[in-house]
Unconditional design. Structure first.
Length: 363
């Protein structure tokens, strides 16, 4: 693994801009929080011509309010007149495509992308979940680069998207000048990136953190408030231990997005509140209003990524003829909440869920 070199990257972007008679045409497919945030940041450079593909509701919203991206320091970057389309035909002119739709939408979207993209286009897969790149390669002949966004972006109001947490983006190792130009511009906008040969480790490390998405969605409270309550942390620790055990059995490494090894995170989560507040300052350094994307999906009446997150742990366990009771129960609860059941996971219910999982595991 190596960090993108800031000075070298800046020179690459300068060379890229100088050698190009026109700006790089970048399409963002999936104009949600992450897509709008990254696209708006790229638009701050004349080296890029960015357009967005989204639903009609998003196109109307962007036309009325424009797009604004707020970084961790509170600085705002505005795009007054974003180009937002609802059809995929415009993708034929794209040189680089950032795909930011949910993983559950890929099987529907990818066959259509293959029909509309030019042969020399580079596609960036930015989904949560594991084994994402092979899914792309089932449908696309274009070069596919895997990338992971470990930070949260929340929609504050129409057209306004704010980054609420830190961490570097992780990109598949590549010398593609278009990707390097993107990394440079994101760096200028305060979004650092690292390139890595093994994206499998990065995917599983992100999956480990994403196991909290379900707990946050079920608790119906902001992330910071949720993490400060020990029953929720104990439930998260148990879900993480199930995945870490499976990774150990399968000899899968997990990339650590935090300052401590992944194997120590459950221990940290078990600590009493006074100690957790002291040791987990970076983990808690998030906007008081930040929530998981799964909570956003449920509030919007959308299907969630639960099958690609906690569901992936359950599937992995089944392949080994094992059980992952905590993650299995979380999947069941989220699916019930998706159907409109008034489920809210309070701290007492979190404790009961752990007990139920423990009883299930013993039997």
């Amino acid at each position: 693994m190596r960090s993108a070199n800031k000075h070298t990257a800046a020179e690459l972007l300068s060379d890229f801009s100088a050698s190009s008679s026109a700006p790089l045409r970048v399409a963002v497919v999936g104009a949600g929080a992450i897509g709008c945030y990254l696209g708006t940041m790229l638009c701050q450079s004349p080296a890029f011509e960015v357009f967005f593909i989204g639903r009609e509701k998003m196109a109307l919203e962007a036309a009325a309010y424009g797009l604004t991206a707020q970084d961790l320091n509170g600085a705002c970057y505005r795009l007054a007149s974003p180009a937002v389309y609802t059809e995929l035909d415009v993708l034929r002119s794209a040189e680089l495509v950032l795909v930011t739709v949910k993983a559950l939408d890929l099987e529907f979207l990818l066959p259509q992308l293959g029909f509309h993209l030019s042969a020399d286009c580079t596609v960036v897969a930015l989904q949560n979940g594991v084994a994402i790149r092979p899914l792309y390669q089932q449908f696309l002949t274009q070069t596919v680069i895997r990338a992971i966004v470990p930070f949260n972006v929340v929609k504050i109001r129409p057209g306004f998207f704010a980054r609420t947490t830190g961490s570097d983006m992780i990109w598949q190792q590549t010398a593609d000048p278009r990707i390097l130009a993107v990394l440079t511009q994101l760096q200028r906008q305060g979004i650092s990136s690292k390139q890595q040969d093994s994206m499998k480790a990065a995917e599983f490390g992100k999956l480990l953190l994403n196991l909290n998405n379900a707990i946050n969605a079920l608790s119906d409270i902001p992330l910071q408030h949720q993490l400060l309550q020990r029953p929720y942390r104990l439930l998260l620790a148990a879900a993480m231990l199930e995945l870490l055990d499976l990774c150990r059995r399968l000899q899968i490494e997990t990339y650590s997005y935090t300052s401590i090894p992944n194997s120590y995170i459950p221990l940290l989560l078990h600590s009493p509140n006074w100690l957790f507040k002291r040791l987990a300052k970076k983990m808690l350094a998030i906007s008081p209003d930040a929530r998981s994307s799964m909570w956003d999906d449920i509030q919007a009446g959308k299907n969630t990524e639960i099958d690609f997150l906690n569901g992936a742990v359950v599937t992995l366990a089944e392949q080994l003829k094992l059980d992952a009771p905590v993650n299995r129960l979380l999947v069941q609860l989220v699916k019930r909440k998706e159907k409109g059941e008034p489920i809210r996971l309070c701290p007492l219910h979190a404790q009961r869920l752990l007990q139920e999982a423990s009883t299930s595991e013993k039997t």
